[in-house]
Design a binder for this molecule. Sequence first.
Ligand code: MTE
Ligand code: MO
Length: 231
Amino acid sequence: MTPCNSVFRRVHVWAGPWLALTVLALGSGTGARSLNQPGPAVSRSAVHQKTDQTTPGQTGAAQSKRGSPTIPALPQVPGARPFNYLRGALPRPPARPDERMVFQLDGQDGPQTFTLRQLEALPTVRYSTYHPQLKQHAVYEGVPLRDLAALGGFVGRDVRVHASNGFVSTIRAQDYLQEPVMLAYHMDGQPIPVLKKGPLTVVLPRTPERFYTPPYSAAWVWFAERLSPVP
Ligand SMILES: Nc1nc2c(c(=O)[nH]1)N[C@H]1C(S)=C(S)[C@@H](COP(=O)(O)O)O[C@H]1N2
Ligand SMILES: [Mo]
């Protein structure tokens, strides 16, 4: 269990409704982004989390006319905690013929595939963390596994991340429900190079400390290409 005095825990405070209004008033992307500059895992920004929100992945009708991003509601699953989102879901852009499908979600209603731009339109977190295999700090941006699992209809179940080299790793529900473990697509504001384990790589926050213990080394899945629930 995460110690309650951990740094990570402390940022996960609930903001008042005024804050959600502020975030909405700021509009899409740019406004929210300015509250969340790259930096340590502890963002200076307040937390934007609304309780009366739509489920992740809902787009279109869920968006306001101005296209405000939709911050996902906290899933009604034991162990789920508010995350500090950079922004919520944007309307999913249609895939262009020149775009490659880079990720597959094995949802309960069948597989869903995503281009990079479609992944970028999902709820987004950004934080600085230390990559234990690259042995370097970087600011990563990506989709929380929890939002992908919610989109696939299997939030609360343990998940498997499949990589293009055949590697498969199981990530426990309690880990991705409590912490914003992400499928990262940006590193220091840029697409993640293959030499840095991109283009899609799973990263974990700097805390809790257990994420840096041997049982978790396999959770840092590089070349990620598919997410499924553990059968
Ligand atoms: N795609 C992929 N990701 C992976 C692995 C792998 O074999 N393939 N191995 C995991 C394990 S068990 C470890 S210890 C680290 C190894 O990363 P390194 O080879 O950069 O040290 O990556 C993790 N992520
Ligand atoms: Mo390993």
